[in-house]
Design a protein. Sequence first.
Length: 375
Amino acid sequence: MNTEAATTAPIVRHSSPYLPTSPRKEQLATYDVAAIRARVDLLALVSPDTQLRKVATTRGGEWAGACPWCGGTDRFRVQPERGQWHCRQCSPDERWQDAIAYAMRRDGVDFREACDRLAGGAALSTIVNKPHAAPAAAAEPSDTWRAAGMALVEEAEASLWGEAGRRARLYLHDRGLSKHTIRTWRLGYIAQDRYDAAEVWGADPAERQRVLVPAGIVIPWFHEGQLWQLKVRRRTGSDPKYLAVAGGHPLGYGLHTLKGHRIAVACEGEFDAMLAQQEAGELMGVVTLGSCSKGLDARVVPHLLPLARVLVAYDADEEGQKGAARLVSLSARMRQIHVPDEANDITEYWQQGGDVLGWLTEEVGTHWPAEAGRA
Ligand SMILES: [Zn+2]
């Protein structure tokens, strides 16, 4: 068994560029890691997040299923007897990890918090956040969720523009976003992780007792005046970087900007979409469509139909290129483009001094000469 896993698991260090640092020594010795591992049934811990089936009887048995984070069908592996799990796609070096590492990643908590929850028998399985998992069963957020979400949006906005949000504002400005852009997209800031009672968000208490509202930059997804999803860009160094408040539905980000345009740029992330809109909004609409691993939501399609071209400018990394390929395969209107100067994404290109408007204008000329001539 890999006994390194927990002790080498990344401890969330509060070294964010936009948060005050609060250094604290993790007292690893105060947790009996072996005892925690021994008492946690890994299959039970994982079962709310993915369906597993037994695929091998060696080493005490191995179970396989879709990864709670990156999907697939059988890449996520659990060996309950050995108390270890890994994902063949997204675990670094396919390294086996223990229950503590699982709880850290799934719940977005640090080592100490994960140990507390597992050791204390807290209702861990009731706090579930699956930003990359299959779409939630509910195809649309409930009215209760939307009311709670709007309250959070307003609270987070007030906090962002207050003293507590000073570093968060600097962080956003570092990403090229102007005050006007930040206000238009209604970004906000939450200083502390928070666990609301399920009822607040209209969640079924039988499924989850509490709903995590993670600390970080709040990115609300609006569509036709309604709130659909709340994503949070967490502190730098957090894994995963983004979490969504459970109960939302990722319909599409920026769909309203498509109106009146015959060309759009599809971005992988919200920050890129906001920056592209700020720099090139006169020329084109912007949209973030998520991974599209299950195709496009039928409610999104009507917004894309009036477009003649969608330039797909996903991240240069492997995952981004896979996502772009998937999107381009959906429609002949889609054209994959690449961020210049070896930048990984649009934000990085801007940070290098890149001319976002100039680049996108050039791409329009390449992929849709008729429109470039008219402009
Ligand atoms: Zn995975």
